[in-house]
Ligand binder design. Structure first.
Ligand code: F6P
Length: 537
């Protein structure tokens, strides 16, 4: 399929004209949102979620252009190609099949004529069986102590998605197992972690697709030394999740069990594979992990087939591109009014920025302007008391507000000022979206609010495993659709490599000095030399 970029479509110039029209005073959000049919017309329910974009700076004409853009760029067909196993990660020559990781219909999905579904089902069964054995006490620590602590050792996509889901579903967790994360190579993390665990009852889950990532290798070495120092056999307290054939997949490497992840699932899209499957099944129980997968699968099917105007992730992607490329907002915030979603923004930061922070198109040509959005976020109402001054009066940024109808702890209903805490939370979320959109005229400039600041509101009925799966898949599909629109390959990450290469050069010079105290850093640039002398001196 010959794919175009956004700026190569006929719609591009028309959308630029729409953006100029939206700058007119008559198009201020305070006027748009009072239309009686505004909410009904600018919202949609699908894949189990409600998406309200009535407070986005959009009118019906602009939205129609965006629908045409989606059709012109053949976005549905491209999403379908992805789900069918076509090699759409062109730079790495790989299929992109995170959706297959949560498929349950046994329909074959072929990569190079090979059906991948049986392998995925096998790994799921291995996870189910392993987690059941740990829960039943058939697998214990090497001294026979039950497993009470599970530590994920991994970084980036090998940890952020799992942390999002485990934080969101903490209320459902098996209270006998605590889940911890060791991602950063910073020794403060390791030092603080070992104060909280009982090594004899600890299972280390080493997660690395490549099994070469420096931070994860350093932390694994630290773990092995620590366990030996405690008189324990590290191999009997360790499992790995890694790509078939990676250095961690060595049959001679003694670990309790090794679970495969596949090269057609990228790290930041991998939480529904063994990457999330192993720790989340231990933490929540396999059944809850599978409910989470089913929610993701439901949203995948919605993202693949729903027509543009009823397709939540596709609409959200079009709005995101509209806001970034045409209205000129370089950043977006994710503000969930639900603390269990505290790790959603850190996950979407990687998912979205590593995927779409690109400067070249699928043919390897520089884009007219770099793609991507700066994502950040924090739960409300905390965010209000942190950076909402800037949101209301400083530099504007579009916001995804996320509300949850029924909280995980509905039993606590004591009232303050006539409302429950949960009602207070909702009052705040609704107030923020309205205040940002409408603003306030005041003769005192310091108290004047320009308004016209866009937001969407996403509503989940509750924070069940199924709904967390739906939300995860919503943000994944939105990211994929954005990448299709900008015309980039969302599935490689060469931008991360340069820093790794420079770090590797410095690491080898530090290692030289560790071996031989007389080694000088004269070959380094003066700034790096200054810091290394300070560190080693
Ligand atoms: O940060 C770059 C990156 O390659 C991510 O894409 C990936 O999720 C992470 O590092 C970890 O990689 P691995 O799973 O191979 O250790």
């Amino acid at each position: 399929m010959q794919v175009k970029r956004l700026d190569q479509t006929e719609t591009h110039e028309r959308l630029k004209a729409c953006a100029r029209a939206m700058a007119q005073p008559a198009k201020h959000l305070k006027h748009l949102i009072v239309a009686p049919d505004r909410l009904e017309s600018f919202s949609s329910y699908g894949g189990g979620l409600f998406f309200d974009y009535s407070r986005q700076r959009l009118d019906k004409e602009t939205r129609e252009e965006l629908v045409q853009l989606a059709q012109g760029l053949q976005l549905h067909q491209r999403f379908d190609q992805m789900c069918s196993g076509e090699m759409i990660n062109v730079t790495e020559k790989r299929a992109v099949l995170h959706t297959a990781a949560r498929s349950f219909d046994n329909q074959p999905v072929r990569v190079d004529a090979q059906d991948v579904i049986p392998d995925i089902a096998r790994v799921r069964e291995e996870i189910r069986s392993f987690s059941a054995k740990v829960h039943q006490g058939a697998i214990t620590g090497s001294t026979g102590r039950p497993i009470q602590h599970v530590v994920v050792v991994g970084i980036g996509g090998s940890y952020l998605g799992t942390e999002f889901v485990s934080t969101a579903l903490q209320a459902f967790a098996d209270k006998h197992i605590q889940l911890h994360y060791l991602s950063n190579v910073d020794i403060h993390n390791f030092g603080a972690l070992v104060e909280r665990i009982d090594p004899a009852g600890t299972l280390w889950v080493i997660i690395s697709k490549s099994f070469t990532t420096a931070e994860t290798m350093a932390n694994t070495a630290q773990v092995e030394t620590y366990m030996r120092d405690q008189g324990l056999d590290p191999a009997r307290h360790m499992v790995t999740v890694t790509a078939k054939g990676s250095p961690g997949d060595d049959p001679d490497r003694p670990v309790l069990q090794s679970f495969h992840m596949f090269d057609f699932i990228g790290g930041r899209f991998s939480v529904t594979s063994a990457v999330g499957g192993v720790p989340l099944s231990l933490f929540l129980g396999y059944e809850r992990f599978e409910e989470f997968l089913q929610g993701a699968n439901e949203m995948d099917r919605h993202a693949r087939s729903a027509p543009v105007l009823g397709n939540l992730p596709l609409l959200a992607a079009l709005i995101s591109v509209w806001n970034t490329t045409y209205l000129g907002y370089p950043q977006q915030a994710i503000i969930p009014y639900a603390s269990p979603l505290a790790k959603l923004a850190p996950h979407v930061q990687q998912l979205n920025m590593e995927s779409n922070g690109k400067a070249v198109d699928l043919q390897g040509r520089f884009l007219p302007a770099p793609a991507g959005v700066i994502i950040f976020g924090e739960p409300g109402t905390n965010a209000q008391h942190s950076f909402f001054q800037l949101a209301h009066q400083g530099k504007p940024f579009p916001i995804d507000f996320i509300g949850v109808r029924t909280p995980q702890y509905p039993q606590f209903r004591s009232m303050s000022k006539g409302v429950t805490n949960h009602q207070e939370l909702w009052a705040n979320m609704l107030a923020q979206a309205t205040a940002l959109a409408v603003g306030k005229d005041d003769p005192d400039a310091a108290r004047h609010f320009t308004g016209n600041r866009p937001s969407s509101t996403i509503v989940l009925s509750d924070l069940s495993p199924r709904n967390i799966g739906r939300l995860l898949s919503f943000y994944e599909a939105r990211t994929v659709y954005e990448g299709f629109i900008w015309g980039v390959n969302s599935f490689d990450q060469f931008g991360v490599q340069l820093g790794k290469t420079v770090a590797s050069g410095l690491r080898s010079r530090i290692a030289d000095r560790n071996r031989n105290k007389t080694v000088q850093f004269t070959d380094l640039d003066p700034i790096s030399r200054f810091y290394l002398e300070m560190l080693m001196g």
